[in-house]
Design a protein around this ligand. Structure first.
Ligand code: ADP
Length: 205
């Protein structure tokens, strides 16, 4: 059994905790699109669109993009070219204002989250991963200074969302300090307990 219309999942975690890795694996398991606001924004920047030009500097510096722009971009992705009923969101909402705007829109459309996964990783491990990623990702915003800023933005703006989703009874805490397949299994187990069953078998570890 899965939620009506499929699973609607949110990954909430600091930079480097594994949102994109687990987002991709979960999208595959639940046969749902993986929607990453970081990737959508980087695509807009690469395409040189009006939105891309407006957000380029902010993304490069690791600062948050204005709420209204991100909300508009996500709503567009969920409604065009065809409405999406199941999804794995990664990177949105990232502020309380985004969460409230998103919740109002989703309630109207019957698309509120089925579960919100908080990936917990010790800060020392995050710092170690950030240093490794900066060396290989090719992302202009992957460097020590912007990592610090993204971390600070996370603590200030995004961590308060944990209380918002805990109060709604859909927050799932996951110890994400281990290996990828171990963490993926832990996520699937937690979702299973909430009645959210993957539609595709997990890949062998
Ligand atoms: P990470 O998970 O590594 O922190 P992302 O790829 O999710 O990075 O996001 C990269 C950048 O895109 C952020 O540092 C921020 O500038 C911008 N961004 C992504 N999602 C949002 C959002 N929901 N609100 C505001 N800015 C965002």
């Amino acid at each position: 059994m899965t939620a009506p219309g499929g699973a609607r999942l949110l990954l909430l975690a600091p930079p480097g905790a594994g949102k994109s890795t687990h987002g991709r694996l979960l999208a595959e398991a639940f046969a749902a699109p993986h929607i990453s606001t970081g990737e959508l924004l980087r695509a807009e920047i690469a395409a040189g669109s009006e939105l891309g030009r407006r957000v380029e500097g902010l993304v490069a510096e690791g600062r948050l993009v204005p709420d209204d722009l991100v909300v508009e971009m996500v709503v567009r992705r969920l409604t065009e070219p065809a409405p999406v009923e199941a999804f794995v969101l990664d990177g949105f909402p990232r502020t309380l204002a985004q969460a409230e705007l998103g919740y109002a829109w989703a309630s109207e459309h019957g698309l509120t989250f089925s579960a919100v996964l908080h990936l917990e990783v010790p800060e020392a491990e995050l710092a170690r991963r950030a240093a490794g990623r900066a060396a290989v990702s090719g992302r202009g915003d992957d460097n020590a200074a912007t990592w610090e800023r993204r971390m600070a933005e996370y603590r200030l703006e995004t961590e308060p969302l944990l209380g918002f989703y805990r109060a709604r009874g859909i927050l799932v805490e996951v110890d994400a300090g281990g290996g990828v397949s171990e963490v993926h299994q832990a996520i699937l187990t937690a979702l299973w307990a909430m009645g959210l069953r993957p539609v595709r078998p997990a890949r062998p570890a």
